[in-house]
Unconditional design. Sequence first.
Length: 619
Amino acid sequence: MKAPQTPLLEVSDLSVTLPVRESKLHAVRGVSFSLARGEALGIVGESGSGKSMTSLALMNLLPKSAERNASVLRLGEHDLLAMDQIEFAKSVAARRMAMIFQEPMTSLNPVYTIGRQLTETMTIHGTAGPKEARERAIDLLDRIGVPDAKNRLAQYPHELSGGLRQRVMIAMMLMNAPDLLIADEPTTALDVTVQASILELLAELRKELGMALILVSHDLGVVSQSVDKIAVMYAGELIETGTVKDVLSSPQHPYTRGLLASIPAPRGTGERLPSIPGTVPPLFALPSGCTFADRCSYAETKCRAAPPPMQSAGEGHLYRCILPLNTTGSSVRTAVSAKSQIHSHDNGSLLSARNVSRTFTVRAGLLGKGKALKAVDDVSLDVAQGEIVALVGESGSGKSTLARILLGLQESDRGEVTISGRPILSISPFERAKLIQPVFQDPYSSLNPRKTIGQTVMRPLELHGIGSAQDRRKEAERVMELVGLPRRLLNNYPPQLSGGQRQRVAIARAIVLQPKILICDEPTSALDVSVQAQILNLLLDLRDELGLSYLLITHDLAVVNCIATRVAVMHRGRIVESGEKDAVLRTPRDPYTQTLLRSVQTMKFSANPRAADGAAGLQ
């Protein structure tokens, strides 16, 4: 019998509380787990479940006002509870334990070059000299797919794309080969090919260096392919833990089953996804019983009377619920509807691009010689009434430039864009806003934090002089109801809303002028899988109710596979393949499309037959 390994990381009864006005926010409650050297743990759950706060507690990066308590919090020989900030920084941070953050632009210093930030990680801790640190930086950048790695060292963060910045952040955290790497959504904003290469690199480093990994993610496909154990968090506590195979192939908690059911998978195009109703309860006013009871179709009176205990579903597989093992049936109240139908594109093009090209001049430094870069190269694309056309491709392929041209925000060098047969540049910006609108990837940065939700939704009506103040308020209330937002949020501000609610606000603002087309740029990439299902269902419902058409820009091929009617694949400024969704995804002809599909992190061990079908369909 194999002797159990000594844990590298031991966490027992970890709790984190934060003062909120006259109350306390219980961000993390009673979390316990251990991790051996070379082992990987995936932590999954919705926004607000406590995933990131748990990671910050391990890294000693909590706000000063936060209170951290635990019975045991140990990394190897280091008692993390007994260490102050300075001792932790000298003895543990970067050398023994490092963390990759989700948003690299706020984690990288904007006034330091990439090279300085990478090499300082080693030179400050005395693990290497400048020359050796520079060589390791170039090697790591090469290994994670950063082109022209040597010259990148002289660049600044703002000169790199979001995907490249994330890769630099990953390289920086790997410079000292830490014993434990905590990765908080490390691949969320990355294309599938880059995502695959980074996950492959992390797996290699785990094997070579015996590095342990905590992967915080809402992408269950990524988690299933990358970890040994999984921990599902909800409302600050662990509600199911075990090996990735046990938890994903035989989930016992209704919440875990709901997450798996929400994963996009093939079905009739346009059918709605099952989704978990409601939201995570506020962590400063937790119910006395089960925190999931209000969202669970199995909830009984006794569920609300007292917190359910952890019970065993087999060796090492635990779940926090009163349900007996292997309870069958639907785990959540899903809202599946068959009303959405496939819309034909035989009605003529609503939005049309013909032979569109756009070239930029880029310079290496202030006095460098200009070099022509073809961002969009002879692209033709059509979107018909009621269609959902997906535009997929890697960062730098020209998708965003094409979107700006289609929106009339940028002129093309050659070719023409028309809406309903009219050249887009011949239409005034005010009239254009009533025809085509964007929905951006990050609603937090695209919404004004100083404007209430009502003011944000009413603003387009005010700019166009539509109706009286009372009429505009009524229209805002109607549109909010249409996108599933309660009227009580009218006077709230964006920071007071969840990510899914903010994205609904962005959609409400986009449709309040009743446009014909929405260009959605990665509208669900930053959302949890359950919230993603709600937003995708909303887009389908709005298409049916308002007759909308969509150009969906995304790198998530599972989303494409679920709701798109046609697909266009973009690579190096050109459309390399396009056609009906099934034809492109099932029998791709272009080598680049084939590479994209091979890179998709599909679900392993899934108990959800729809997800299993999806995995088979994309492989």
